[in-house]
Design a protein around this ligand. Structure first.
Ligand code: CIZ
Ligand code: SF4
Length: 303
């Protein structure tokens, strides 16, 4: 039997749901029950009442969030080594250090963080709702980690003081994009609309017609009358953009913008994960309790 059919059969038998992030390989996106960004997938996970197993084809922090929000379900990450390097950049000690300097300032953590650090957050946010989350807070200054580019983007847009913790956090994949590449592509495709992720540098964001998260890019591309788009985010999104908009053309702003961790998940590993029910992601309840509060607070303000 073909691998795809084996996966679908097992999925049914085990009452599993497959969630795939927008940055997953095309063949994984095609087999998934849902494809989306981290918040869309977390919501799906919470609404899948009948599912007993959630296979989260993404990286560690996303599966951890699903485990925090669904303590009664078995959450599987197909590749244990699929870890987001940016999430590793913020430690509990670093948060404590900043909290000691700014004891009354709220801590807003990007979902791209480890559960152990989320336990110290007042609220979480994603790139899709960061502005909404910061604006909802009754505070003019916030501590924000770990992505510095996103912190600066939020500061520019809200006018609040957003202190990045650590001072240098970044996504190695989004840092690959350079304005020169966009300028070259614009010569070839002068009518193209430029969409840039806020994890990219400020200089890259300046080249954009639209700055937004992957889910926002999907919406923007669908609603736009433009026919050609230059896209600055991880290349996996182009599969989804192309599928949703077959009449439009999407060009990656830098062709090697690949997140190696996201790409560690393969169909074979997805199959093995379902077959052997591995690798189970769990978060100790003492950590999960506080982290859940920070995530739920985010859900409350982004209906
Ligand atoms: O929040 C997510 O899913 C990430 C990491 C990217 C995006 O913009 O959707
Ligand atoms: Fe982490 Fe960047 Fe990869 Fe997303 S694309 S998982 S932020 S390294």
């Amino acid at each position: 039997m073909e691998l795809t059919n084996k996966i679908l059969k097992l999925k049914k038998e085990k009452k599993a749901v497959i969630l795939a992030h927008n940055y997953q390989r095309p063949e994984i996106q095609d087999i998934a029950d849902y494809v989306g960004d981290s918040i869309e997938l977390s919501r799906k996970a919470m609404n899948e009442k009948d599912a007993e197993i959630i296979v989260f084809s993404a990286v560690d922090f996303m599966a951890e969030s699903a485990a925090i929000l669904n303590p009664e379900k078995k959450v599987l990450l197909p590749t244990p080594g699929a870890r987001c390097p940016m999430a590793q950049m913020l430690t509990v000690d670093e948060i404590k250090k900043w909290k000691a300097v700014y004891p009354l300032v709220p801590v807003v953590l990007y979902v791209n963080t480890l559960a152990s650090t989320k336990a110290y957050a007042d609220i979480c946010c994603t790139s899709a709702n960061a502005l909404e989350v910061i604006e909802s807070l009754n505070a003019e200054t916030v501590l924000f980690g770990p992505d510095r580019n996103l912190a600066e983007y939020v500061q520019r847009k809200t006018g609040k003081t957003v202190i990045p913790i650590p001072e240098w956090g970044f996504c190695p994949t989004h840092l690959l994009f350079q304005p020169e590449d966009v300028q070259m592509l614009k010569l070839k495709y002068p009518d193209a609309v430029v969409m840039v992720h806020p994890e990219c540098t400020f200089e890259m964001q300046e080249t954009a017609d639209f700055v937004g998260s992957t889910s926002q890019m999907c919406r923007y591309a669908k609603e736009s009358n433009a026919k050609t788009f230059i896209v600055a985010t991880e290349e996996g999104l182009l599969h989804r953009l192309g599928k949703d908009n077959p009449e439009k053309q999407f060009i990656l702003a830098y062709e090697d913008a690949i997140c190696p961790n996201m790409k560690l998940n393969t169909l074979d590993r997805l199959y093995m994960a379902l077959k052997e029910e591995k690798y189970v992601v769990t978060v100790p309840e003492a950590i999960a309790r506080n982290a859940r509060k920070a995530l739920e607070r985010m859900f409350e303000i982004t209906k």
